[in-house]
Design a binder for this molecule. Sequence first.
Ligand code: ATP
Length: 801
Amino acid sequence: MDLAKLPVEPPKRRRIGVLTSGGDAPGMNGAVRAVVRMAIHCDCEAYAVFEGYEGLVNGGNMIRQVHWEDVRGWLSRGGTLIGSARSMAFRERAGRMRAAKNMVLRGIDALVVCGGDGSLTGADVFRAEWPSLLSDLIAAGELTTEQVEPYKVLNIVGLVGSIDNDMSGTDATIGCYSSLTRICDAVDDVFDTAFSHQRGFVIEVMGRHCGWLALMSAISTGADWLFIPEIPPRDGWEDDMCSMITKVGSIGQLNRKERGKRRTIVIVAEGAQDRQLNKISSSTVKDILTQRLGLDTRTTVLGHTQRGGPACAYDRWLSTLQGVEAVRAVLEMTPQSPSPVITIRENKIMRTPLMEAVQATKDVASKIHAKDFAAAMTLRDPEFKEYHRAYLNTATPEHPKMLLPEGKVCPKPTNSLGSPGTYFSQRMRIAIIHVGAPAGGMNQATRAAVAYCLTRGHTALAIHNGFPGLCRHHADKPISSVREVQWLESDSWVNEGGSDIGTNRSLPSEDIETTAECFELYKFDALFVVGGFEAFTAVSQLRQAREKYDAFKIPLIVLPATISNNVPGTEYSLGSDTCLNTLIEFCDAIRQSASSSRRRVFVIETQGGKSGYIATTAGLAVGAVAVYIPEEGIDIKMLSRDIDLLRDNFIRDKGANRAGKIILRNECASGTYTTQVIADMIKEEAKGRFESRAAVPGHFQQGSKPSPMDRVRALRMAIRCMQHIEGYAGKTPEAVAADPLSASVIAIKGSQVLFSPMGGDSGLEATETDWTRRRPKSEFWLELQHVVNVLSGRSAVGTNE
Ligand code: ATP
């Protein structure tokens, strides 16, 4: 049948196509699911184009309408279920003409493309050519003027799906954090064997033109040396690397005994090269370590395992919100607006002109090719540069005490890439304390702070077991819980969960007098507090006590770390990402247990205190049917509508996609409707059509090893805090106390990382803190509830909207 001969009536509803192209990436399915469901929610029809541009060129059964139920369960699936391909045909104009014809015949005039820079370039070429493609189709008699009339404008929106994170203009691409997770899991595992045998491991990770995965995995695992394409090592790197690795203690009995570092990890990006653009391969590095140092070295090339597996929490969140935003962009575009690509800056989803982002990405590659590495780094995102500097600051900091024989003083430290660091002119005694419950990333933040202090010549003092630990000092019989931290001790914290120095919920107000005495006794010049709402409260108390105690007139800086993510002023706390990943693993597994045969709803209770952040974000990441949070409460009408929705869901479920349904309930969502009561009510009302179970993961949610995101952000934010603290060096106590930012929280707010003051009329304590409910007054994530409801179909039945 020649479709072109059929009369084409413009469809009553707008038709939006979605395709995935280039290399597959975890999270692509989440993006497709979000585009499909958001399109349907907005009264459009959704079409999936199978096998990337190849499907667009071939048409036929490769372009199919997709319905709400078709994408059920896709969030937790790896790869791309609609297929991806590298299409030679689409690179030719003839192929794109066929693609244009297929789209017109199906009434599709908007396309969401999820892929790398190549795929997005292809999309832009297609959009630019669209009018001429249509004219050529008419001229060739393949379509009539009437047929093309309704489709004169093609809307294209890009989503960056790529594990490499190589697109300029966005902090993260869909898939990059999942891939980083895979790498970190592998390197963490290698740690154990490397430690056991005192071995070296050279690990090759993906990244032909972009060193993001290599850099972030080096940060997350505390690698000793790193090779990335953008920053080739200086000539003579072989000597630099060997000398550093010898110094930090893996080589030779004497060093091992003295320093105790038993493993050496080197990370090599697959596109690593020297300054003459000669490839530096993992086997070359291995040979150097083996031959020059006699180090028992193994190579591990991680290969395609880096692409596989389900998406991590962040990629599910990112792909879902970006998919929703892509549909919004399609519907808001005018014929004049340039094609956007959906990006993210810190925590803010944004739209950026697609071609600008693609061009900037290409410019980085051409600068590298021209050996202009400085310019290539300038073109990279500021975040990448900051992470690289942070890595240099913390990769095996050389400290006089660690590296030189007793009594000798190192005039200047150098870092692992051979560039000299500089001691800060005024040395400070910086105290580090953990307050509240343990959260993933606390150890990494402490390690980074210690490394920074050592690199800059400051003294890092760990306070063990929080404020009670500090106050344990007794005048007659000193039992000190305040200790100077050495590098080797903190180096091993790089991938450890919990709090190695010990954390405690007690507040300074319990003994403010002794707290002040101890501040003086140990001569603290600054206090770095890592923790959640208690940490925030503690600094608030110290700040307010400055009137009475001069000892507190020093910088008091909070780095939020709590799975509840309820610290006022910030949209992100360390540990919240680890918690989310643990929760989604739990939900995926429990849901799987009810696949195919059983019709079962799981009501899962999450932690989070009086903040529904974890429940809502996890709900978004697992595709929960409903999320109950303290901010909204639970009532009988809500439950009744949700039970109707469940009934409807089970009726429409198709065999292959059938799995358990998830409802998430925050632990404080209601005093009456407990998790068990809700599960029982559902069971009763289901009247045998389906069953329900309650599940409480409890402290399991704190996770074991911190997620890579918590690890890398811990490093970056801790270093920012140290730099902020350095800004107060040499100031009088009065001058410090007079500066509102001297007691502040480091925060991610929208697209920025900044310090928010605690005190003052516009400070966090007065304006943003709900002290009774222990959460911010306005919670940035509340609007995510709406997205959860839209994508579960809950908003269509009118629950609490
Ligand atoms: P990855 O980052 O995984 O490599 P990518 O999207 O960059 O993903 P490419 O192989 O570069 O992967 O591109 C994917 C497809 O996009 C190509 O096979 C081709 O069909 C299309 N494409 C790429 N560049 C162009 C172009 N300049 N014109 C038309 N189509 C293109």
